[in-house]
Design a protein around this ligand. Sequence first.
Ligand code: UTP
Length: 298
Amino acid sequence: MKKVRKAVIPVAGLGTRFLPATKAMPKEMLTVVDRPVVQYAVDEALEAGIEHIVFVTGRNKHVIEDYFDIQPELLDTLTRSGKHDQLASLQRLQLSAGTVSFTRQQSPHGLGHAVWCARDIIGDEPFALLLPDMVSFGKRGCLSGIMELYERTGGNVIAVEQCDPTETNKYGIVGKGRDVATGFAVTGMVEKPEPAVAPSNFYINGRYILQPEVFELLGTQERGAGNEIQLTDAMRRLSQVQDFHAHPYKGRTFDCGSKEGFIQANVAFALARSDIRDLVFGPIAEMISGQERRNEAA
Ligand code: UTP
C-alpha cells in the first residue's frame, strides 16, 4: 500500500454564495477568529502527516500565495519591536521551502476539474484532498481519521457526517454497506438526492483519500450537474472498479462557503479558545436572550 504524502487543496472557486465579500477577496482567506479558512485545512493536513501541499489556484487568488510566503519586513518589524509571541506564532505556521506547490485552474470548470489540474504534481500515488471551505471542528482533524482507516483498507476513503434526513438534497450522499474497522464500505454515491430516494443520511464532508486513477476519469472532462466537471461523478465511476470506504467523523464540519456556516464556525472556534471565550460568551448569551425576549413580546 502506497503512503499518502501529498494533499490537494483547491482554492480556485468563485465563492458566489459569499458575494460581495468574495468579489475581490478569496473566500479561503476569510477569517475564522484570527486565521484564514485555508490555514485550518493546512494544519489538518500536517497533523495527518502530509508532506507536500498542492494548491490549485485561480485568478484573483495571489493573496493565498503571499500568505504562505515569508514576509521579511513583517518579521523584522516584529523582531525589532519585541513582539516575540506574534513572531513565534508566524514562524510556527511557516511551511518549509519546497513543500508547497501552486498550479492554476485557468477557468473554474468545477471541483473535478480543479482536482484534475493537480495530476502532474501528484503523479502516480494516492493523495489526500481537502476542501478548505469545509472547516473541521473537533478534538482531532478529520483527515487523521480517514488516514487511519486508509492504513487498514487501502483504496479510496472519504469522510462522512450525518445530516438531517430531510436535507439530503443539499449534499453528496453515500450508501452504507458492511462495517469495516472504524468505518463502512460505500455502496453508492448520489449527488443531492431527494430524501425519499436517498440511500442514507451520510454526506461527504470534504475530506478524501483518492487513488491516482481518478485523474483518468476526470480527464474525460464529462460535464455533470451545473454543467461543471464533478468529482462525485468520477468517484462513482471509480467505485465500480476500486474499493471506497467511509469514515464517520466524530467532530463537526462547518461549511464556511456559506454565510451561516461561516458565522457558526466563528462562534464555535471563539468559544473553544481559552483566550477569547470569556470575551465573547457573555455578549453572545445576552444577544440571544434579548432576541428571545423580543420574539416572545412580538
Ligand atoms: P465550492 O463549490 O464550495 O466553491 O467548492 P465555489 O464554486 O467557489 O462556491 P460557490 O458555490 O460559488 O459559492 C469547494 C472548493 O473547491 C474549490 C473552491 O475554491 C472551494 O475551495 N473549487 C471549486 C475550485 O478550486 N474550482 C472550481 O471550479 C470549483
